[in-house]
Design a binder for this molecule. Structure first.
Ligand code: COA
Length: 259
């Protein structure tokens, strides 16, 4: 992995840290490519069961696309980059494991969009979210116009997008954009605690629960219920389900193998 994204594994938890603190973790080509390499690995690595994405430093999670790099790109380059990042965030969102954004500070533009592509968001009380693109005469182009309204509803999303409005962590919590707000020093530890909790559950169940929710959100209720049944069946025929019942009977912790 290159130096723009630092990746550390602790048991089955992978922590990816955007690592350009002097540039407030702005995303340049190298950072995107590092993230792509990570997603390449995680899509097929069953030993990785939770991903945490965070930023280095105390100021910013990620302030979006590297605007200095953007300055040297023509329209075609930008479109190619946009397509790359849109695909990357979609793959990140659809990873077969929960993805937690540990938002340690400012999340602007592509930084907010990155957090939105994660399943859960824990924010520092100092964090700020915003989609400043219209002030740059563009629109959010890596999912912001689509994921934000799905998460908080069209009114709040449009309020933020049309006026490039920045919101503080507690406002983000109030509108349902983040799951939890904690002091800065607790952001990653809290994400680790959530990850540890998920590691105790049946691996197939966690994976299928995420898939059912994600797929169902794009379907009507009847189709969504069929999706749920498909995911349920993937658990039903697992050894882990039998182990769960056995452990309950024997009053011990289950030993799930993801089988
Ligand atoms: N791309 C590239 N570099 C960026 C950047 C970005 N999006 N945002 C900040 N930086 C760099 C600054 O250029 C500066 O580097 P330098 O010292 O080499 O010049 C460094 O990060 C620190 O930023 P600075 O502006 O000095 O910090 P600040 O606290 O005064 O302001 C922001 C922080 C985030 C409010 C301000 O940098 C900003 O508005 N950035 C643009 C964010 C944005 O619009 N992102 C959306 C892109 S679509």
């Amino acid at each position: 992995m290159g130096s723009s994204v630092e990746v550390v594994r602790q048991k089955s938890i992978v922590v990816a840290t955007l690592n350009r603190p002097d540039k407030l973790n702005a995303l340049n080509k190298e950072a995107y490519e590092d993230l792509e390499r990570l997603v390449d690995v995680l899509e097929t690595d069953a030993s990785a069961r939770v991903l945490i994405v965070t930023g280095s430093g105390e100021k910013a999670f990620c302030v979006g696309a590297d605007l200095k790099e953007r300055n040297s790109m023509n329209e075609k380059d930008i479109l190619v980059r946009l397509e790359f990042v849109r695909r990357l965030y979609l793959r990140l969102e659809n990873l077969p494991m929960p993805v937690i954004a540990a938002v340690n500070g400012m999340a602007l533009g592509g930084g907010t969009e990155l957090a939105l592509a994660c399943d859960l968001r824990i924010a520092a009380d100092s964090a700020v979210f915003g989609l400043p693109e219209v002030d740059l005469a563009i629109i959010p182009g890596t999912g912001g116009t689509q994921r934000l309204p799905r998460l908080v509803g069209p009114a709040k999303a449009l309020e933020m997008i049309l006026m490039a409005k920045r919101i503080q962590a507690y406002e983000a919590l109030r509108i349902g954009m983040v799951n939890l707000v904690v002091p800065l020093g607790r952001v990653v530890p809290n994400a680790m605690e959530w990850a540890e909790k998920m590691l105790q559950a049946g691996p197939i169940a966690v994976k299928q629960a995420k898939a059912a929710v994600k797929q169902g959100l794009e379907q009507d209720l009847e189709e969504g219920l069929r999706t749920e049944l498909k995911s349920y069946k993937a658990c039903l025929y697992s050894k882990d389900r039998l182990e769960g019942l056995k452990a309950f009977k024997e009053k011990r912790k289950p030993d799930y193998r993801g089988e």
